[in-house]
Design a protein around this ligand. Structure first.
Ligand code: ZN
Length: 250
């Protein structure tokens, strides 16, 4: 494939030292997927490219790319920072985990479609001070489908009932209604309210999830449930998740 100059819009979410004064920066874009960029001279003082590739910068970047492997960052137009996020360790840890989770669901240059909007939604909310834990749980539930896990949350997996009291079964891949609580050994024993939260955050479109507020106890229980669903269906073992869990102990 020919190398070409291309304009991409995206969010920088990871950077590491490369050769000498160069950096590798990962950018998440909507149309062109996730791309690793070589940022030449970024570690030199006064590098303009370095400032434009800080974590969670977003804007328009001009890259030199062949559509696979490493691409080169040439220059950029209009880049802005999520200020509320950059200087806050906890918010930063949540955002890093969210981007890591999205990153791992795709191969480089694979278009990520609606999940780009999900990433942007999460960054905007966390930046503005909306409950980072809740935003993260929303992203986790919505990312299950990208990993090929599509739990049935609309109705009972056994009888199809849509309304009532529900629990969740990882083994059966969805919710079960109270009519079968006695016969389903694999249910998680979540409280009805907790299953209701999982259903809501998974099923409602993000633009309708703005005002969700949940008490601490329920939030802890749903976090445990979501972590268990991930552990038993995908088993990712992300360092950013480990870091986030450690951070929460303090
Ligand atoms: Zn049922």
């Amino acid at each position: 494939m020919v190398r070409e100059l291309k304009e991409v819009q995206g969010i920088i979410f990871k950077r590491q030292k490369y050769k000498e004064a160069d950096l590798l920066a990962k950018i998440m874009t909507k149309q062109d997927g996730i791309i690793t960029l070589i940022v030449k001279g970024a570690l030199r003082p006064k590098s303009r490219l370095s400032a434009a590739t800080l974590n969670f910068s977003t804007g328009t970047y001009i890259i030199y790319t062949s559509g696979h492997g490493l691409s080169n960052l040439r220059t950029y137009k209009e880049v802005k920072q999520f200020d509320g996020l950059y200087h806050d360790l906890t918010k930063n840890a949540y955002a890093s985990f969210i981007f890591d989770l999205i990153d791992h669901a795709f191969v480089e240059y694979q278009p990520i479609g609606k999940y780009y909007n999900l990433a942007l939604f999460a960054l905007n909310k966390i930046d503005k001070g909306v409950d980072s834990e809740m935003i993260t749980q929303i992203v986790q539930m919505k990312m299950l489908s990208a990993y090929g896990v599509e739990p049935e949350l609309r109705h009972c997996v056994i009888c199809g009932k849509e309304k009532g009291v529900f629990d969740y079964s990882i083994k059966l891949g969805g919710i079960v209604c109270s009519d079968h609580f006695g016969v389903v050994n694999s249910r998680m024993h979540l409280k009805p309210k907790e299953t209701a939260v999982l259903r809501t955050i998974a099923l409602l479109p993000i633009d309708r999830l703005g005002t969700i507020s949940i008490n601490e106890e329920t939030k802890k229980a749903t976090r445990k449930a979501i972590d268990r669903i991930y552990r038993e269906t995908i088993d990712l073992n992300l360092k950013t998740k480990k870091f986030l869990d450690e951070l929460k102990l303090f």
